[in-house]
Design a protein around this ligand. Structure first.
Ligand code: CP
Ligand code: NVA
Length: 335
């Protein structure tokens, strides 16, 4: 019932290792079931509604969420910034209490991370963070499933999708990920998620671009517990040394449009190219990831559209991973 405190999904930092792996394996199960018609859909969310409250633009997260909700039998109600302005026409507190009294879950894309925290505090139904300026948890689930699949099938687009023989705990640990880019929400989510599944992370960000202290502390504690490396540098070549995976994101996140010229200048030398990987000494079979939307500044076309690029399977996996989150929070009521 709605009187109990609901569980939310604000960041993978809040998940145990087991909860994180469970979300990955549930995503794969749902993908196999839905995409390859392995079994009859159950539609466990028939009659349920998800409010999709987005203060910022979105292609992937919105399409993934609405199509996942439809597959599970529920209804999603998109409330964009023109329809409802979080904290503008009405306080966040009032909005949260009102909306949560009528729906079964809320997926929210916000500006400041404090907004998602207020929603979570006041809402009587589960809140899912669809991106804040601090974290982007549903993105990193999709990244991990894409990496698992790549390791498992040895290909980014398997012709047939069969039940997985290996658990992600057999494919992910030991991987070395290099981040070359901004110290933003995607890097911060990677920092708290990757060590949990045994993945090493080295991040190159320009001088003056640093992660939040509390995120760094969570990530360091996690890395220590799992025995993974977590390192930072200002040198992209150093970051990609021995990397299995090179990841980046836009240099100008939503809300930073006014800093564009300054950022483009300060990120000089940070574009991901075949040459950078070679100069830095990435593993010969390194793969590329990017949450999208992508601009050519941060990665050139040669890498982005190459056989090394996992970006499109990664984007598709937004659907299966968000489906697993909805299935966990709205059906099982726990992660
Ligand atoms: N990666 C991602 O969140 O994309 P959208 O902004 O299009 O949802
Ligand atoms: N860092 C980007 C991610 C977009 C999915 C942003 O916050 O705009």
């Amino acid at each position: 019932t709605k009187t109990e405190k609901p569980q939310h999904f604000i960041s993978t930092a809040d998940l145990t290792k087991e909860q994180l792996y469970n979300l990955l394996t549930r995503s794969i199960e749902l993908k196999v079931e839905a995409k390859y018609n392995v079994s009859t859909p159950v539609r466990p969310l028939t009659g349920k509604t998800l409010a999709v409250m987005f203060s910022k633009r979105s292609t992937r997260t919105r399409v993934a969420t609405e199509s996942a909700m439809a597959y599970l039998g529920g209804h999603s109600m998109f409330l964009g910034s023109q329809d409802i302005q979080l904290g503008v026409n009405e306080s966040l507190l009032d909005t949260s209490r009102v909306v949560s009294s009528m729906v079964d879950g809320i997926m929210a894309r916000v500006n400041g991370h404090d907004e998602i925290e207020t929603l979570a505090k006041e809402s009587s139904v589960p809140i899912i963070n669809a991106l804040s300026d601090k974290y982007h948890p549903t993105q990193i689930l999709a990244d991990l499933v894409a990496l698992h699949e790549y390791r498992h099938h040895g290909s980014i687009n398997p012709a047939e999708y069969t039940a997985h023989q290996q658990h992600p705990s057999e494919t992910l640990p030991g991987l070395k990920v290099a981040w070359v880019g901004d110290a933003n929400n995607i890097l911060q989510e990677l920092m708290v998620a990757l060590p949990k599944v045994g993945i090493h992370l080295t991040a190159a960000c320009p001088e003056g671009y640093t992660c939040q202290q509390d995120v760094l502390e969570i990530a360091q504690a996690e890395a220590k517990r799992e025995g993974t490396t977590l390192a930072f540098t200002h040198d992209p070549e150093e970051a990609v040394k021995d990397a299995d995976v090179i990841v980046t994101d836009t240099w100008v996140s939503m809300g930073q449009e006014e800093e564009k010229a300054k950022r483009l200048a300060e990120f000089k030398g940070y574009q991901v190219t075949m040459d950078l990987a070679k100069r830095g000494g990435a593993k010969p079979d390194w793969v590329f990831m990017h949450c999208l939307p992508r601009k050519p500044e941060e990665v050139d076309d040669e890498v982005f559209y190459s056989d090394r690029s996992l970006v499109f399977p990664e984007a598709e996996n937004r659907k299966w991973t968000i489906m697993a989150v909805l299935d966990s929070l709205l059906v099982k009521k726990s992660l």
